[in-house]
Design a protein around this ligand. Structure first.
Ligand SMILES: *Cc1c(COP(=O)(O)O)cnc(C)c1O
Length: 236
């Protein structure tokens, strides 16, 4: 089952790339493994998955300890400042930096551990009240302020699009995020690179790829429906 879904997801990414003349290698698939136990992740690992996305610090830390060291972990969920110290030395990328305050904590902890931390700035493109992320209006200023932190590298932008029945409804959101990233890249701010666009989930990643996503975050499409009554750590 997992293999079929994974193959199907990769094929879909390839056909979306083809449709708009992109090279498939420009798009990396993140297997969003939240709520799934290490056995399931190991299965995905054995099928070739090396990039996993988690949205809870504790879950990420425990899975990181239990699974092979060549896995690249991505923190994709809202990050509390008091948990920053637990993850910054375990993740390749934090997708969800949504304030200068959070970035400042990352800077302080990164300095203590003598590391450089790669991040994306999360943008609330649709302006949904229930969502985290900086507004498109505040984005340039937030990027400038975070860029001043020497232990942080901004690598691009991330957005979580609204849940919609028809993924075409999110096309403009993805196009808008891409436009924001181009606008910032043009400002050539020191310490800021806009190579990564993290956008698209199970319901809308084909559209996101057509609009320029370089990272897609797919959970259900690979693993099936999540069971939130399990915590993803203790599952046998
Ligand atoms: C859970 C999650 C995903 C994956 O969602 P699916 O709809 O299962 O693909 C992607 N991004 C974030 C930030 C998530 O929390």
């Amino acid at each position: 089952m997992l293999k079929e879904r994974l193959d199907k997801t990769k094929e879909t990414i390839a056909s979306s790339c083809k449709k708009v003349g992109r090279d498939t290698n420009e798009v990396e698939l993140i297997a969003v493994s939240k709520t799934w136990g290490v056995e399931t992740l190991k299965e995905a690992y054995d099928l070739g998955c090396r990039v996993f996305g988690e949205n809870k610090v504790q879950e990420l830390v425990q899975k990181h300890a239990a699974l092979p060291k060549d896995i690249r972990w991505h923190m994709i969920g809202h990050l509390q400042r008091n948990k920053v110290k637990d993850v910054i030395d375990k993740v390749e990328l934090i997708h969800s930096v949504d304030s200068v305050r959070l970035a400042k904590t990352i800077e302080q902890e990164a300095q203590k551990k003598e590391r450089i931390v790669n991040i994306l700035v999360e943008v609330n493109v649709a302006g949904e009240e229930s969502k985290f992320g900086v507004s498109p209006e505040e984005l340039p200023q937030v990027v400038r302020e975070i860029a001043a932190f020497p232990h942080i590298r901004i690598q691009g932008l991330m957005t979580i699009a609204p849940f919609v029945e028809n993924s075409e409804e999110n096309r403009q959101i993805f196009a808008d995020l891409r436009k924001l990233s181009v606008d910032i890249a043009e400002k050539s701010i020191d310490n800021v690179c806009m190579d990564i666009l993290s956008m698209g989930m199970t319901n809308d990643y084909p559209v996101a790829v057509e609009e320029g996503a370089t990272l897609v975050r797919v959970g259900t499409g690979i693993f099936g429906s999540r069971d939130y009554t399990k915590d993803g750590v203790t599952e046998k």
